[in-house]
Write a protein that binds this ligand. Structure first.
Ligand SMILES: Cc1ncc(COP(=O)(O)O)c(C=O)c1O
Length: 361
């Protein structure tokens, strides 16, 4: 870690690896002899097309995306996909199932209601979204156009540990906050999407993986810019794509390769999360918020049970160089977001700091 960098536990946008920022910086004024920055390039130029193609190919290889699926780069973040997924798929039967396990899945369901009948497959708000329901608890509609869920609940710190079995009903998954943190069987999904600002790149883009068989079923009034079939046909370039984000994603993917890909990342993230959960489990001061079986390896939520003490901890941590540990305004308490780019050192030092804080308080 560089001397003047701090450990940023932000839920997103969040840390990027120093080596990625250094490469971007070294290529800022003159990308590989082109005499210009990637920011200044035509998206139709040969030099940019090679960045685009390489990024897409690297993503396909690293995340093991089958040939049945297409990778799309779309603007508007994950929120845009709440609408796009519904407008593209709801027309299949006019109905969809939504699992509500947190804030973002609730927003997605609310948006989908504009376009069809939404049936709530589960709702964990009865226990403030501290758990993930078991497969048997999901209320599934065999005639749903799709089943939507959020794989990792950024605010509440819970994560699905299994892929829901919905039979022939396509799975649509918001993977914004645990994308590329572990291998995933992409073939099981109709659509996977996510905002990139946590694990993949700077904010400003969503990455979408879609089973091509599901494209072309959009509602007739779906805006062209939201239509997956158009994005597939135009290889994400019906209009100017988020060029610089795609370039940064490309650098992130090279870095991910150096960490052993998603298999390597799974080991690293499990170890990082384990360090913090061990501190919480052995603490008499800090209380982990999420049920043990549903704990997120990306967003570790905890509190002391005393708001003043929470505030004292957050202030002291900030002064010690651990920033953005304040929990979301909906939950209070603390949240340490430890996405792929958070170094092991940051987690180890935070664990030491928490134990020291406990001794002193
Ligand atoms: C799981 C999840 N879904 C969706 C969103 C919304 O993403 P965006 O801001 O890219 O629209 C977020 C943002 O934090 C998120 O964590």
């Amino acid at each position: 870690m560089l001397k003047d960098r701090i450990f940023n536990f932000s839920a997103g946008p969040s840390m990027l690896p120093v080596s990625v920022l250094e490469t971007a910086s070294s290529e800022m004024l003159n990308y590989k002899g082109s005499g210009m920055s990637v920011m200044e390039m035509s998206h139709r130029s040969k030099v940019y097309q090679s960045i685009f193609d390489e990024t897409k190919a690297d993503f396909k290889r690293i995340f093991n995306v089958p040939d049945t699926h297409e990778i799309l780069f779309m603007q508007g973040g994950a929120t845009f996909q709440f609408s796009a997924a519904a407008m593209n798929l709801m027309g299949i039967t006019g109905k969809a199932d939504y699992a509500i396990t947190g804030n973002f899945s609730e927003i997605a369901a609310k948006e989908a209601k504009k376009y069809g009948v939404v049936s709530i497959a589960c709702d964990t708000s009865d226990r403030n979204h501290t758990y993930i329901p078991a497969q048997e608890e999901l209320k599934l509609s065999p005639d749903a156009s799709y089943f939507h869920y959020c794989a990792n609940n950024t605010i509440y710190g819970t994560e699905w540990k299994y892929i829901p079995d919905t039979g022939d009903v396509p799975l649509v998954c918001d993977m914004s906050s645990n994308f590329l943190s572990k291998p995933v069987d992409v073939s099981k999904y109709g659509i996977i999407y996510g905002g990139v600002q946590k694990n993949l790149a700077p904010a400003g883009m969503a990455l979408v993986i879609i089973d091509k068989a599901l494209a072309g079923k959009h509602l007739p009034y779906t805006p062209k810019i939201m239509t997956y079939q158009v994005a597939i046909d135009k290889d994400s370039m019906d209009n100017t794509p988020p060029c610089y984000n795609i370039y940064m994603l490309g650098l992130m993917l090279k870095w991910l390769d150096s960490q052993g890909g998603v298999e390597g990342m799974e080991k690293i993230k499990s170890k990082k999360a384990g360090i913090l959960y061990d501190v919480l489990d052995s603490s008499k001061l800090f209380i982990p918020v999420a049920d043990k079986a549903a704990r997120s390896d990306m967003n570790v939520t905890f509190r002391t049970g005393n708001e003043e003490l929470d505030a004292k901890f957050i202030k002291a941590a900030t002064e010690a160089g651990f920033v953005n540990l304040k929990g979301h305004r909906k939950t209070g308490g603390m949240r340490a977001s430890i996405y792929n780019a958070m170094p092991m050192e940051g987690v180890e030092k935070l664990a030491d700091f928490m134990q020291q804080f406990e001794k002193n308080n």
